[in-house]
Design a protein around this ligand. Structure first.
Ligand code: IMP
Ligand code: MG
Length: 183
C-alpha cells in the first residue's frame, strides 16, 4: 500500500543491515575503555528504527536517552532553526559521553545545534552518528563522527524517515515519487 508511492528503493534492507553492523563495530572499538559512560541519544522520531537496530549490535555498555527536535517545517525543505520539543532530563550530564544518533544529516543545522547544546549543558563529550548523509545540502560546516551512507539530494523515506508522518515503517530507504509531495 505504502510502496506504491515509492519511485525506487535507494538502500535495501541488506545494505542497511551491513551499514549498521559496520557503524556498531566502529563505535564498539572507540568506546571500549571502561572509563567511558556512553549514552546513545536517539533523536525522535526519525532515528527510532536506526537506534533500535544499532543498539542491538553493540557490545559496549550503553545507556539510552531521547530528545525530540524539529527543524523541518512542513514538506521537504529544512526550516533552519532547531526547536527542542523534548529535552533530556538527567542530573549526571557532566559524566556522560553522548553519541547523538540521527537518521540523516542534511543542512547540518540539527547536529551542529545539538552538539553545541549538549556541550553547553556540560556534557563530558559529544559525538554524532548519522545513518545517511546528504553532503550536497550542507549549510553549516559539520562533519559527523560516524557516517553510514552518502546519498544524493533526493527526498527519502522509510527506515524511520517520514514524509508528513508517513512511510516510517518501510524496511528500506526509498525515494518518494515527487508527485506525492508536489500534490
Ligand atoms: P538538518 O538539520 O537540515 O541536517 O536536517 C536533519 C533532519 O531533517 C533529519 O533529522 C530529518 O528529520 C530531516 N530530513 C532531512 N532530509 C530528509 C529526507 O530526505 N527525508 C526525510 N527527512 C529528512
Ligand atoms: Mg530527524
Amino acid at each position: 500500500m505504502l510502496r506504491k508511492d515509492i519511485e525506487r528503493i535507494l538502500i535495501s534492507e541488506e545494505e542497511l543491515d551491513k551499514t549498521v553492523s559496520r557503524l556498531a563495530e566502529e563505535i564498539d572499538r572507540d568506546y571500549s575503555s571502561p572509563d567511558k559512560n556512553l549514552v546513545l541519544l536517539c533523536i525522535l522520531k526519525g532515528s527510532i528504527t536506526f537506534m533500535g537496530d544499532l543498539m542491538k549490535k553493540l557490545h559496549v555498555p550503553v545507556e539510552i536517552d531521547c530528545m525530540k527536535v524539529s527543524s523541518y517545517g512542513s514538506g521537504t525543505k529544512s526550516g533552519g532553526a532547531v526547536k527542542i520539543i523534548l529535552d533530556i532530563d538527567r542530573p549526571d550530564i557532566s559524566s556522560c559521553d553522548f553519541l547523538i544518533i540521527e537518521d540523516i544529516i542534511d543542512s547540518g543545522n540539527t547536529l551542529s545545534y545539538l552538539t553545541g547544546y549538549l556541550m553547553h549543558k556540560g556534557a563530558r563529550s559529544v559525538r554524532t552518528c548519522t545513518l545517511l548523509d546528504k553532503p550536497s545540502r550542507r549549510v553549516v560546516d559539520f562533519t559527523p563522527d560516524y557516517r553510514g551512507i552518502e546519498i544524493p539530494d533526493e527526498f527519502v523515506v522509510g527506515y524511520g524517515l517520514d514524509y508528513a508522518e508517513k512511510y516510517r515503517t518501510l524496511p528500506f530507504v526509498g525515494i518518494l515519487k515527487p508527485e506525492i509531495y508536489l500534490k
